[in-house]
Design a binder for this molecule. Structure first.
Ligand code: 1GP
Length: 248
């Protein structure tokens, strides 16, 4: 079964998934053993690997090291088109549909497409919506786009609907790494009701309570990065909370 089919099947069964975000720039190779061990013990479903600004050459090494040690799917979450590697299993082919920067809507994709066509990576198109998380984020600065205001559920709904109609297979509501204000329950709920594709939610989720609320509001995949980097013991609690949500 492909990774995407696994996401769709989980959604239709009402199962929630936990994606742990790894920024290859921040993680030291020596730490990977511990991270993998904790992720396996907690039952992490996916590793999302990427960062908005990778400044060292650690991506390949990081992927190889994780792959040596476990079978948790490795999904690239690229901050830019140079963040590609055959060592992963899949890639989120992100289009920044909350913004109006043509390069990030289609330009980079044109450059990357021939490489991806030849690669063994599973390519999963994903409408990426940056939501105001209360602090200026690297993504917002680097992409030169404005996030959707956090209380404008209607803009998020219409944007996600348009993305789905354009054929995008996933929607990602992201308040940005380290957001003070995670995406609101009401926005998650409205977008989840509006689209049929699996919904990813991330940015500023720093407790099991928020992860649980998001999953209950309709997020199918919850992404956590920063909080786990700061306190790795949170992996277990957050995984437990997400996986405790039972189908309705
Ligand atoms: C950012 O959604 C991810 O793109 C995760 O954010 O690092 O704040 O968990 P955090």
């Amino acid at each position: 079964m492909s990774i995407y089919q696994n996401m769709v099947e989980a959604k239709s069964n009402g199962e929630k998934k936990f994606a742990m975000l790894i920024d290859p720039d921040k993680v030291r190779l020596g730490e990977i053993d511990r991270i993998v061990h904790q992720a396996q013990t907690a039952g992490v479903d996916y590793f999302f690997v990427g960062g908005s600004l990778i400044v060292n050459d650690g991506l390949d090494h990081c992927l190889m090291e994780i792959k040596k040690q476990c079978k948790i799917p490795l999904i690239l979450f690229p901050g830019d088109s140079y963040q590609l590697s055959y060592r992963a299993d899949a890639i989120l082919f992100l289009s920044l549909i909350s913004g109006r920067n043509a390069e990030l809507l289609i330009g980079k994709h044109v450059i990357t497409a021939p490489y991806l066509k030849l690669s063994p990576l599973e390519v999963i198109s994903c409408g990426y919506l940056l939501i105001d998380g209360g602090v200026p984020t690297t993504v917002s600065y680097m992409s030169n786009t404005h996030p959707i205001p956090s209380d404008k559920d209607d803009i998020a709904i219409c944007t996600a609907l348009a993305g789905e109609m354009l054929g995008m297979k996933l929607m990602y509501l992201d308040a940005g790494s380290g957001a003070i204000l995670p995406v609101s329950q009401s926005m998650i709920d409205s977008v989840a009701q509006a689209v049929n594709v699996p919904l990813i939610v991330g940015g500023g989720i720093d407790s099991a309570e928020i992860a649980l609320r998001n999953a209950r509001a309709g997020a199918d995949i919850i992404v956590v990065g920063n909080a786990i980097e700061k306190d790795p013991s949170l992996i277990q609690e957050i995984a437990h909370a997400i996986h405790s949500v039972t189908p309705v």
